[in-house]
Design a protein around this ligand. Structure first.
Ligand code: HEM
Length: 417
């Protein structure tokens, strides 16, 4: 039987906006802790599921996992239940076909699309890229080693993952710097809460056009890369449509670098903020893989992922959820849940029980997690080995964060060594 709905204290419009507009992106944790203490679900004054539907922010681990794993009762595609699609609508004026992204379709289409690319992301295949990723990391540090300083974001954290995913997809070298400008626009513009000026829209459209250009290039000149393989699958007929092909390429480029570069950027800042943990890591670099997990948990780069929508009336954490209600999962909040982690607000690079959900959960769990982990491993190991005296190059308070609702990242990180 359904419980009477006793709504927890409503989140004020101001709080909701500051969380979702990215204003609190540098340190959302006190606000999230307060919301978590009031309940697993916080009603947000935002009609994401359309008029008459409640939007909820999920703050605790148990409920977050339950929603992410139950894809039958929580869809990523509200149009499948007659609702409006906030996520797609926010991009509809910028990109062509919004219904074809693997991340925003349900089964069976999701399974079909994911299967097409999954072979390129198995842990075993990804491990085979280690020498190539190591070479990229070393070359980037070779360029700055003698300068004694760098912007860790522009010189290392950004170019490392974009070069790796571009090599996989066959993106020509000359095109790579431009992708940063376009994907920056996606980061700030995708949610509809960030800046959406004409220039942002133009950049989003340019990114879309670029996927078309890359596909045309690979049609004419097939090569040994993932884009060419996908083009051949599309040409073979029944595997994926042209819209799905284009969406897949832009998703892989975008997801393949934005998140990981922010893991490296935020992760380095977090280590510099915790000198005891940094020293512990420098003394024993075999701890890097577990440090990467802890940095993902403690200060992960993804705030919410894609909203879910209830496909039926149901009850969650004592709240009545109505079909069509939207659920926004605050991943960094679940990752600091007191019921899940001991001393969640402590950074412990040797943490053993660390079942975080920085990569999500369920059928949409991050496809690129093995790649992100390997890049993180190589990036931190190489940085700390080659620059043992790493320290901030500017006062701590001058470090700024980008304004974005779902991808957390630094604008720059000047360091000296
Ligand atoms: C630290 C780095 C990364 C983090 C924290 C991260 C986080 C996430 C999260 C939270 C999701 C699930 C979103 C949701 O369910 O709403 C996701 C999905 C996804 N990620 Fe990542 N990601 C990272 C790196 C990568 C990389 C390197 C790639 C490579 C291409 C990638 C590709 C994808 C794709 C394709 C999906 C959609 C999967 C699906 O719908 O089945 N990600 N990621």
């Amino acid at each position: 039987m359904m419980m009477e709905n006793q709504l927890p204290p409503a989140v004020s419009e101001e709080t909701a906006f500051s969380l979702l507009s990215g204003e609190l992106t540098a340190n959302p944790f006190p606000m999230l802790a307060q919301m978590r203490s009031q309940g697993a679900l916080a009603p947000l004054p935002l009609p994401m599921g359309g008029a008459g539907h409640q939007t909820w922010m999920i703050t605790r681990m148990e409920e977050a996992v339950r929603v992410l794993k139950d894809h039958a009762r929580f869809t990523v595609n509200p149009t499948s239940i007659g609702g409006e699609d906030f996520f797609r609508a926010s991009r509809a004026d910028a990109t062509s076909d919004q219904s074809a992204f693997m991340i925003s379709v349900d089964e069976p289409d999701h399974r079909r699309l994911r299967r097409l690319v999954s072979a390129a992301f198995t842990p075993r295949y990804i491990e085979s890229l280690r020498p190539q990723i190591q070479r990229i990391a070393d070359e980037l540090l070779d360029t700055v080693q003698n300068q004694g300083q760098m912007d860790l974001v522009a010189d290392y954290a950004y170019p490392l993952p974009i070069n790796v995913i571009s090599d996989m997809l066959g993106v020509p070298h000359a095109d790579r710097p431009q992708i940063r400008v376009w994907s920056e626009a996606l980061v700030t513009g995708i949610s509809g809460m960030g800046r959406r000026d004409e220039q942002t829209l133009a950049h989003m459209q340019a990114f879309d056009a670029y996927a078309r250009h890359l596909v045309a290039l690979k049609r004419q000149h097939p090569a040994d890369d993932l884009t060419s393989q996908l083009v051949q699958m599309e040409e073979a007929g029944d595997h994926l449509s042209e819209a799905e092909l284009l969406s897949m390429i832009s998703l892989l480029i975008f997801a393949g670098h934005e998140t990981t570069s922010n893991l490296i950027g935020i992760g380095t800042l977090t280590l510099l903020d915790h000198p005891d943990q940094l020293a512990k890591l420098q003394a024993d670099l075999s701890l890097v893989p577990s440090a990467v997990e802890e940095l993902l948990r403690f200060n992960g780069p993804v705030f919410t992922g894609v909203p879910r929508f209830a496909t039926e009336d149901l009850e969650l954490a004592g709240q009545r959820i109505t079909k069509g209600d939207a659920l926004v999962i605050a991943l960094p909040s679940a990752n600091r849940d007191e019921a899940q982690f001991t001393q969640p607000d402590e950074l412990d690079i040797a943490r053993t029980l660390n079942r975080h959900i920085a990569f999500g959960q369920g059928i949409h769990i991050c496809l690129g997690a093995p790649l992100a982990r390997l890049e993180g491993d190589i990036a931190f190991t190489t940085l700390l080995t080659r620059m043992p005296n790493l320290h901030l190059g500017v006062p701590r308070e001058s470090i700024t964060w980008r304004i974005s609702s779902n991808v957390r990242g630094l604008t720059a990180l000047p360091v000296a060594f």
